[in-house]
Design a protein around this ligand. Structure first.
Ligand SMILES: N[C@@H](CCC(=O)N[C@@H](CS)C(=O)NCC(=O)O)C(=O)O
Length: 205
């Protein structure tokens, strides 16, 4: 059985959602952030040296990084290729991996900078300019991709939508979605999926 080490309030929720979509048998171990620093605490460091979440355990395997976890779960459980193109279709598979890694690799950074600035209450012209410019670039790019598609790869939901939904929902929390009505609709479409609702109930987000 898969064990998910789940730090409350954060991207691990999207791993719970994925496990629900895949119909996998799993157990959640819940961890709480430090009330003042908002960082993970020692209990999560005892699981993995980075002390970050999500982390999954499957037998002897201990795996961190959302993108790697998604790839592993798909390889093991998505035998009908319901959530990703088959590897034999190399071009479609490559496009899928591009969108799978894009949220963590490119979109999260400028949003994190915005989050740190907001929490610190400090002004920093250069960081603010960077965050505004890059956030607009990436939200615009995602919005363009969704202009004629309901989901990030086209008209059916795929595992690339987990991470994109995560960064779009974070952007919304940071008040960045106003210019992008299609992104709000995209969020609503994904977050109303029964598997997401079950995930929220189980993970007590
Ligand atoms: N690149 C990693 C990021 C993992 C990460 O930073 N997770 C956050 C939760 S959203 C965390 O564990 N933060 C706690 C801390 O930094 O102490 C991934 O994709 O899983």
């Amino acid at each position: 059985m898969i064990i998910l080490h789940h730090l409350r309030i954060g991207r691990s929720m999207f791993a719970v959602w994925q496990l629900e979509e895949l119909g996998v048998d799993y157990e959640i171990k819940v961890y709480h952030r430090h009330p003042e620093t908002f960082l993970a605490q020692e209990d999560l460091k005892a699981v993995h040296p980075l002390g970050k979440s999500p982390v999954i355990e499957d037998g002897d395997l201990l795996l961190s990084e959302s993108g790697a976890i998604t790839t592993y779960l798909l390889e093991k459980f998505d035998t009908q290729n319901k959530f990703a193109p088959p590897r034999s279709d190399i071009e479609e598979w490559a496009k899928f991996t591009q969108w799978l890694h894009y949220p963590e690799g490119s979109v999260f950074g400028p949003l994190l900078v915005r989050m740190i600035l907001l929490r610190s209450g400090q002004e920093h012209q250069a960081l603010n300019a960077y965050s505004e410019r890059e956030t607009a670039l990436h939200l615009g790019h995602i919005s363009d991709q969704l202009a004629e598609n309901e989901f990030i790869l086209g008209n059916s939901f795929s595992a690339a939508d987990f991470g994109v939904t995560y960064v779009v929902s974070l952007a919304k929390r940071l008040g960045q979605l106003q210019p992008y009505a299609s992104l709000d609709a995209y969020l609503e479409r994904n977050l109303s999926r029964p598997a997401y609702k079950r995930a929220v109930e189980k993970a007590v987000e």
